[in-house]
Ligand binder design. Structure first.
Ligand code: PHB
Length: 378
């Protein structure tokens, strides 16, 4: 099932000095022991919305393996239209929250930090099948990216309910002892549907130019901060690419990105988790900075990069075998201060102790990523 790294490749991997991955960093009020983040990844093993004991072992194992900050898989906020997959755990309700408390406790006992990712899919296309004529208003304009009318646009009461559900999730996270929260604002899900001009055709204050389209997320961040506390760290994950369209773009220039970021910084985002499918890709012409690099340069805020780190193949939803790849270019960028933290997904599925293996230069022990590894929660 798994494939060992070719010894010739392993000796190449060794050339990179990974020391800077192991320097501490702070995100707002949160001290993170190193730069390695576990990326949020869907693991649909919940039963009745509850993350059971195996989830606690799954996350604890990554903390024991040396991950500095775990961002949990996306979890459903307490809103009737948030979910498109019953196997994904809830972040509301006594039973699910009991499971999450155990996860936070076990990760902390292993010396890790952990924040849940709060998620609402909105009108993501894979949510289509649950839509029936007369189904509840959903999405900023009720539209799919190709312009099909799937539901009524969300009215102010719907918007208020979703803001409240995100804030309640953050309050629960704080009460359970989590180290912050991440808001899923990426990949074509609800927050991103407001950001994206194709899916947001509103004429009220939640629609219009790039800045107006941040208003919904801004109000969520503000309410999270008001209810969970100004000091409670908030990460915002965002992306140009969408699950339905890898080539989609919200920003065509650094100036556009800067205008979009400013209201989110003002609202209190503590760290931007800049989702790209290849961390080495230049975001705009004329500079080799990636999205996390530009975001840090334009705001001075901490940023997390992500995208095929340590692997020879970018993410696709289909899933493909991926071999360990040289970390040199990543470490050079980190050393230059282009971004502050580095998220890994698939390498941490294949190698729960990836940080520990890399710290001691045991590159020949790194396992390749194989989509079959997703069949169990280990
Ligand atoms: C997935 O389950 O494949 C998935 C979920 C959420 C994302 C990206 C991918 O943001």
């Amino acid at each position: 099932m798994t494939v060992r790294t070719d010894p010739a490749v392993a000796s190449e991997l060794v050339r990179a000095s990974p020391a800077q991955l192991f320097e501490p960093v702070t995100i707002g009020s949160l001290a993170v022991p190193n730069r390695i983040v576990m990326a949020p990844m869907t693991r649909a093993f919940a039963i009745g919305g509850v993350p059971h004991e195996e989830f606690a072992s799954y996350y604890r194992r990554r903390a024991e393996g040396g991950v500095g900050l775990i961002v949990t898989q996306g979890t459903w906020i307490g809103h009737p239209l948030a979910s498109n997959n019953p196997g994904v755990p809830n972040f509301f309700g006594a039973k699910a929250l009991g499971g999450w408390k155990r996860i936070a406790d076990e990760v902390h006992a292993a010396g890790g930090r952990i924040i849940p990712q709060l998620w609402h899919v909105g009108l993501f296309t894979s949510a289509r099948e649950r839509l029936t004529p007369g189904s509840a208003p959903n999405g900023p304009s009720g539209l799919s990216p190709d312009g099909a009318r799937l539901a009524e646009p969300m009215g102010q009461p719907d918007i208020d309910e979703v803001i409240e559900a995100f804030a309640s999730g953050a309050v629960a996270a704080r009460e359970l002892g989590f180290d912050g929260v991440e808001l899923h604002g990426a990949h074509g899900y609800l927050l991103d549907q407001f950001f994206w001009s194709k899916t947001n055709r509103r004429r009220d204050r939640y629609g219009g130019d790039l800045v107006a389209r941040t208003r919904f997320a801004v109000e969520i961040v503000e309410e999270v901060k008001r209810r969970a506390g100004r000091e409670f760290p908030v990460s915002l994950r965002f992306s140009q690419w969408k699950g339905q369209d890898y080539e989609a773009r919200l920003f065509e220039s650094p100036a556009e990105l800067e205008r979009w970021l400013a209201p989110l910084v003002a609202a209190g985002v503590d760290v931007f988790h800049c989702s790209t499918r290849r961390y080495w890709a230049a975001e705009f012409e004329g500079s080799d900075l990636n999205l996390a690099g530009w975001t840090k340069k334009l705001t001075g805020m901490p940023t997390i990069t992500v995208g095929a780190v340590g692997l020879d193949r970018e993410f696709t939803r289909r899933g493909e075998l991926a071999q360990p790849a040289w970390l040199g270019p990543l470490l050079d960028r980190l050393a230059r201060g282009e971004f502050d933290l580095v998220a890994l997904g698939r390498p941490l599925i294949a190698n729960p102790a990836w940080p520990e293996l890399v710290a001691r230069g045991a590159f020949d022990e790194l396992q390749a990523y194989d989509p079959d590894q997703l069949k169990t929660l280990t």
